[in-house]
Design a protein around this ligand. Sequence first.
Ligand code: LLP
Length: 416
Amino acid sequence: MEHFAYRNFELCCERVSLPALAADVGTPAYVYSKAALLESLLAYERAFAGVPHVVCYAVKANSNLGVLGTLAKAGAGADIASGGELYRALRAGIPPKKILFAGPGKTREEMRDALKADILMFNVESAGELRVLDAVAREMGVRAPVALRVNPDVDPQTHPYIATGLKSAKFGVPLAEAVATYEEAARLSGLEVVGVQMHIGSQLTRTAPWADAVARLAALVRTLRERTIDIRVVDVGGGLGIRYREETPPTHAEYATVLLPVLRELGVTVLVEPGRSIAGNAGVLLTRVLYRKDAGAKRFVIVDAAMNDLIRPALYDAWHEIRPVDEARLGGPVETVDVVGPVCESGDFLAKDRRLAAAEEGDLLAVMSAGAYGFAMSSNYNTRPRAVEVLVDGSGYTIVRRRETYEDLVAGETIL
Ligand code: LLP
């Protein structure tokens, strides 16, 4: 996370001092680095430059319009998982012909909206969904471009909640049923079969599962071509891991090197759907220490960010580095603490039994690697307004989402 570094003993995002930022916008705050976002996107562009390709950023990772707009201007497409994400992607200026629509439970209304927008492709996950999409498209007098999401049954070796490519997962059409499902799709006049898609999981740190999976997909593409079903697009999904702690994920180039020989031989347009590897290390959650508390065997640091702001530790036991914003703290004593929030649940923690430089009340802490699945998964639990989001560019910044107000939280509710 080289765009978050100490300067003059203060942790900065690019050239913006986080203490100065916190004084301006308050805490908790999500702070994103524009340079970091663009660097990762461009690394994908470079890695796949040898084949026709579109990098369809997985909007679910961080769907802020400021973030999406930045990526859109740099040429990104979008992988969307709902009608809401379609709305955001279009609002942010992502060209419809670079948008693909994924997810196992698309409604008719969402399908209609996406057909109206004339998107690049639907990634269809079941025979039932194929038939509904066919009917919706025929009603509208159009043909829906489709890829089947195929479940290649490989073990991505990641957390079970974010592993999707095993046959026990709810995702995709099993490889063994793929040919029959494609043949059905090819017979439906509201559909135009264009591609095949996979997404085997998230936070992958080894390339072997992709090598396995793409080989299986390539064999399927050849079988389909023999049956005159012309597959022109292969979408390899997302999932490239990032370094949270000691992981050593492949680089963008190493990742592409595993996939490209097979894809080049097929002569297809390649789509990739990265989310975490674009936004994850481009953001931190900035929080202030409210209290210190010694309770029997445990020492707690109570901060103003909570599980409603960042649920990954509670939900996945995820490990996020926590850094003092004041670098001088690093020279002081170290202690073992739980960093917890104000929410009334024991699951409300950002770090457990963590060796940290001792933090005093009023100190700022940065929860690192929080740019993906951070704000996007936040909630208003305990009627906590969601945090402000800030996009830093060099020595300036923009509030890309203002902090919610109490008024925002009750808007739409009724007292009888
Ligand atoms: N494509 C599809 C179809 C997906 O389901 C996902 C993520 C992606 C692309 C992007 O994957 P990425 O490049 O970000 O790994 N909330 C979890 C992660 C859930 C991932 C869901 N699908 C977390 O915080 O770790």
